[in-house]
Design a protein around this ligand. Structure first.
Ligand code: GLY
Length: 372
């Protein structure tokens, strides 16, 4: 008997469950049927995921009596664009859908964000369901309703907060993920411990390597703990007025690194977050907020897992402090020209720091570059 774990995200009439487990795709039909308004769904997926899981999900839905249409998009970050948004919404509207149809996002963050934004926009809002297929999307992007696309001015600059009706995280699908993608997702898992749960971080220090080697028991537990923490934060601050910003630990630095490397395979999002978290701890130490041992403990753990923690770990990039500072200042999270950082008073004690002097950020980046 397979046991699934449920987390409810209580948001009034936008409440939904996150279901986590193994062999969940086989049961997806019945689980999805219980939350949709008609028997019509459209699965949106990509060329990487379709050969692996599309037929399994389709069969499960059909056995449950659901009518399935499918749209397969190219894989990769370029798909989160205005042109693919138009292409996707055209395809859906050409199917003559009404407001009772539901979209199912089967894939990683790109498919989840694009499909969610299409769902938020079509007919002023139709239901959507997240079936995330990467560790990163299972622990972060599929939960909490951030949807959107990239523009020439930056990532995720057009979008909406729009909650899914259900999230199904089947850890078995992680078997097909390359190790590098698992590690990148792991940075977001560790982030939850570093934000607010010292015990979870200690647990990861014990079991993180097993989890990254694909151990299902630890994967299920880590996805559950991550989603539970995220759900608690979303419930208190759905639209990032305050508390939700904690989820951006490592992201102000990380986004600057990603912008500099062109959102390319040179640096995956989770890898930039791993380095970004270490730099956020460096800045916290520089400002006298946390101890050196907290900085070292964080870095040591990421190194053990196999994640990059320093700018020098990313080869073939000539880092430039001024360019990185400029990227930070044009990030969408700036407020009145001020860059906000998530800093730490210790492991599990992160907080939102406004009014940081960019001269201190300059020092941290220079130090990181001089280690080259
Ligand atoms: N990925 C951060 C958030 O969902 O707020």
């Amino acid at each position: 008997m397979t046991k699934f774990k449920y987390i409810n995200v209580p948001l009034g009439d936008r409440s939904y469950d996150i279901i986590i487990g193994s062999q969940l795709l086989n049961k997806a039909g019945d689980l999805i049927k219980s939350v949709i308004r008609s028997k019509n769904v459209i699965i949106v997926t990509d060329t990487n995921v379709a050969p692996l899981y599309l037929s399994k999900l389709t069969s499960s839905l059909q056995i449950a009596g659901v009518d399935v249409e499918k749209i397969i998009l190219p894989s990769g970050e370029q798909t989160k664009s205005i042109s693919h948004f138009e292409n996707l919404t055209d395809k859906i509207l050409a199917m003559k859908v009404d407001r009772t149809v539901a979209l199912i996002a089967l894939g990683g963050g790109v498919i989840g964000d694009l499909t969610g934004f299409a769902a938020a926009s079509i007919l002023r809002g139709i239901d959507f369901i997240q079936v995330p297929t990467t560790l990163l999307s299972q622990v972060d992007s599929s939960v909490g309703g951030k949807t959107g696309i990239n523009t020439r001015y930056g990532k995720n600059l057009i979008g909406a907060f729009y909650q899914p009706r259900l999230v199904l995280a089947d850890v078995d699908v992680l078997d097909s993920l390359p190790k590098r993608e698992i590690l990148a997702g792991y940075a977001e898992v560790a982030k939850y411990g570093l934000i607010s749960d010292k015990n979870f971080f200690s647990w990861l220090e014990k079991f993180g390597q097993k989890l990254c080697a694909g151990n299902k028991e630890y994967l299920r537990a880590a996805v559950f703990m991550s989603c539970k923490t995220k759900a608690e934060i979303i419930t208190k601050d759905e639209t990032e007025q305050n508390l939700r910003a904690l989820l951006n630990l490592g992201h102000t630095f990380g986004h600057a690194l990603e912008t500099e490397t062109g959102y390319s395979g040179k640096l995956l999002h989770g890898e930039s977050i791993s380095i970004g978290i270490c730099l956020a701890f460096d800045l916290s130490f520089l400002l006298g907020l946390c101890s050196k041992s907290d900085v070292e403990r964080t870095r040591k753990h990421f190194v053990l897992i196999g994640l990059p923690t320093n700018l020098s770990d990313i080869v073939n990039i000539k880092w430039n402090t001024i360019k990185l500072l400029n990227h930070m200042q044009s990030d969408k999270k700036t407020e009145n020209g001020k860059v906000n950082f998530i800093l730490a008073k210790g492991i599990g004690e992160s907080f939102i720091a406004r009014n940081i002097n960019m001269k201190d950020v300059h020092i941290v980046i220079e130090q990181a570059i001089q280690q080259l």
